[in-house]
Design a protein around this ligand. Structure first.
Ligand code: FES
Length: 161
């Protein structure tokens, strides 16, 4: 992403103007990180260095903020981001077994991405569909009632291009 194209004043907006009085350009930091990640897929060090200069926010502070939120990634992610819910409702209905089957099938653990960048496997606390437990998502699309018989179908849909 061309960091020079970020218009800080435009991103700040009316609410941001109030925040800017207290926090300066820090008020748009998270939004800028979201923009970079949306365009580049993950947070590349070079872009963060440029953003640091642009906003006048120390690079260490940018890393501190970005590493706090699970939404930000520092490594490339897979084309298919699969999240297995390990929230209470899903856990008691067997989602841990679903996770271990997926880990074995794709040869990766929670938080990892396959070498071909096709699959990233993650866990989440709850996706708000407890009535469909156990639940997983593929690129934010919910797949519910993942009884073991349906896991094969889930794997097939993950492998599709
Ligand atoms: S616990 Fe899994 S969707 Fe709520």
């Amino acid at each position: 992403m061309n960091i020079d194209q970020i218009n800080v004043e435009e991103q700040i907006g009316p609410v941001g103007k109030v925040l800017k009085e207290s926090y300066g350009n820090r008020s748009v930091l998270i939004h800028c990180l979201q923009m970079i990640q949306a365009e580049e897929g993950y947070l590349i060090g070079d872009s963060l260095s440029k953003l640091s200069k642009k906003l006048g926010v120390p690079l260490s502070e940018i890393y501190s903020v970005a590493s706090f939120y699970k939404q930000f990634n520092f490594k490339p992610r897979g084309k298919k981001v699969v999240r297995v819910c390990l929230g209470t409702a899903c856990y008691v209905r067997g989602s841990e077994k679903v996770l271990s089957i997926l880990e074995e099938e794709f040869g990766i653990k929670d938080g990892e991405t396959t070498e071909d960048l096709h699959v990233t496997l993650e866990t989440v606390g709850c996706v708000g569909c407890c009535g469909l437990a156990p639940v997983a998502t593929i690129n934010d699309v919910v797949v519910g009632e993942l009884v073991l018989k349906k896991v094969g179908k889930l794997i097939k849909s993950i492998k599709e291009e």
